[in-house]
Design a protein around this ligand. Structure first.
Ligand SMILES: [Fe+2]
Ligand SMILES: [Fe+2]
Length: 184
């Protein structure tokens, strides 16, 4: 296994922990009227800004262009598919955010719509990550030379360092961890 896919697989494992906690939260939100959209806000920010967008940035801006340069015949469709799935994921996230920012005073209808939109988003991402691990990463492992692999991982680490320097990186991480503890 390349260091590149190892890095991305570890991020998938971390994302799965958050997404499972988030699914648990969505189940409770249907019944517990004390919960409202503000309870989801911190974790949503963490999930979307730090965990998922940063991961997708590594895949789209660093890994895919590197693979595209190799001009392997099977790669272009795989790259298009990954980009298309990331964009579907972002649309589903926007759909859920739309339900979320209707305001904190949710009635049963708002709760149900938010929970349904959230569940669609989580299920889509879980399928996407599994498909990458099953079909895409093994091809990446075959294609990457040791040199390119080392360069990519260094670039990934640079993305992480830039994130860590953001003023609210620590707050995002803390609220994400607290959410996992609460809903796991
Ligand atoms: Fe992806
Ligand atoms: Fe991924």
């Amino acid at each position: 296994m390349s260091q590149t896919t190892q890095h991305l697989r570890e991020e998938h494992a971390q994302a799965r922990r958050f997404l499972r906690a988030f699914l648990q939260f969505l189940k409770q939100i249907a019944e517990d009227t004390a919960l409202d959209s503000r309870d989801a806000l911190g974790v949503m920010e963490f999930l979307s800004e730090s965990a998922l967008l940063r991961h997708e940035e590594k895949e789209e801006s660093l890994l895919l262009p590197e693979l595209a340069r190799m001009r392997e015949t099977m790669v272009p469709e795989a790259l298009q598919k990954i980009r298309a799935e990331h964009s579907v994921g972002r649309e589903l996230l926007e759909e859920m955010r739309g339900e979320m920012f209707r305001g904190p005073d949710w009635g049963p209808g708002e709760r149900a719509r938010f929970a349904a939109a959230g569940t669609r988003w989580v299920e889509f991402l879980l399928r996407h990550m599994l498909a990458e691990e099953t079909y895409f990463f093994p091809v990446v492992d075959e294609l990457l030379s040791a040199d390119i692999d080392a360069l990519l991982v260094r670039d990934f680490q640079r993305v992480d360092e830039e994130f860590d320097q953001m003023a609210d990186a620590c707050i995002l991480r803390t609220s994400g961890d607290a959410f996992i503890r609460r809903y796991t």
